[in-house]
Design a protein. Structure first.
Length: 254
């Protein structure tokens, strides 16, 4: 499977995200969920550049990170190269993790806006079954995505731009959607880069997504025999509402 947006974006992704701030915000909630099931072995099923996996490994968890993007996995391995207890990183995509990873986990995490890369109901069911096959009984599945109910109701096309400066260079990241009649959308990332005072270089990469509404994701989880599905509105653990920024779903494996 080719992943042009993410292979192309991997070199700049850690400039796009303020990881110190994001991990400080998200890891306490993640750890509360992990501790609730006594988790020590964790699979990060869409690990990107590996920052969540590295953060958890530093806290004593045994972590495997998987991502379909070759570029993201290469960057994750680079990021972890100086770590004393580094995660293991594997290139593998949704629905194919069990065939690539011979292990059982206490928890599977799918963080960021990753699950919308699954475009069909059948694909989502296969992804959930794949994760379940890697989880011990009564393990944790934790899925985070942007709140589809809010985005689809408002047709919110543009996301706030992000900027980064480093050693005399500047980056500007602009993200936006094109909505389609079949319920999918195209996600675009416009990256602008320049040496300070020089003209901007511009590059746009895109990928197809399907934003899963809360009811759809919960129904799919229950259809795959997950139990005790709970929904939150952000990565602090606030109650989910129709206008929440995120949909965070936690469930117990079959």
């Amino acid at each position: 499977m080719t992943t042009p947006l993410y292979d192309d974006f991997s070199a700049d992704y850690d400039r796009f995200v303020n990881w110190e701030r994001r991990l400080a915000f998200e890891l306490p909630f993640i750890e509360r969920q992990l501790k609730a099931v006594g988790a020590r072995r964790v699979l990060d099923a869409a690990c990107g550049t590996g920052q969540h996996a590295i953060g958890l490994a530093r806290r004593g968890y045994e972590v495997v990170g998987a991502d379909v993007s070759e570029g993201m996995i290469a960057q994750a391995r680079h990021n972890a190269s100086a770590e004393v207890s580094a995660p293991t990183f594997v290139q593998a995509g949704f629905g194919h993790l069990a065939s690539a990873i011979d292990a059982t986990f206490d928890a599977v995490l799918c963080l960021g806006n990753s699950v919308p890369h699954v475009l069909t109901v059948d694909g989502l069911a296969a992804t959930l079954r794949d994760w379940a096959s890697l989880l011990r009984p009564d393990g944790l599945l934790l899925v985070q995505s942007r709140n589809a109910d809010r985005i689809l109701a408002s047709r919110e096309r543009w996301m706030p731009p992000r900027a980064h400066q480093e050693e005399g260079r500047e980056w500007l990241f602009v993200r936006f959607y094109d909505f389609h009649d079949d319920g999918t959308l195209t996600f675009h990332v416009l990256r602008l880069r320049r040496d300070t005072g020089e003209p901007w270089e511009q590059r746009v990469t895109s990928t197809r997504l399907r934003l899963w509404r809360r009811a759809e994701l919960v129904a799919a989880m229950e259809g795959a025999s997950y139990k005790e599905v709970r929904c939150f509105g952000n990565m602090v653990g606030a109650a989910w509402q129709a206008d929440s920024p995120d949909l965070v779903a936690a469930a117990t494996s079959p």
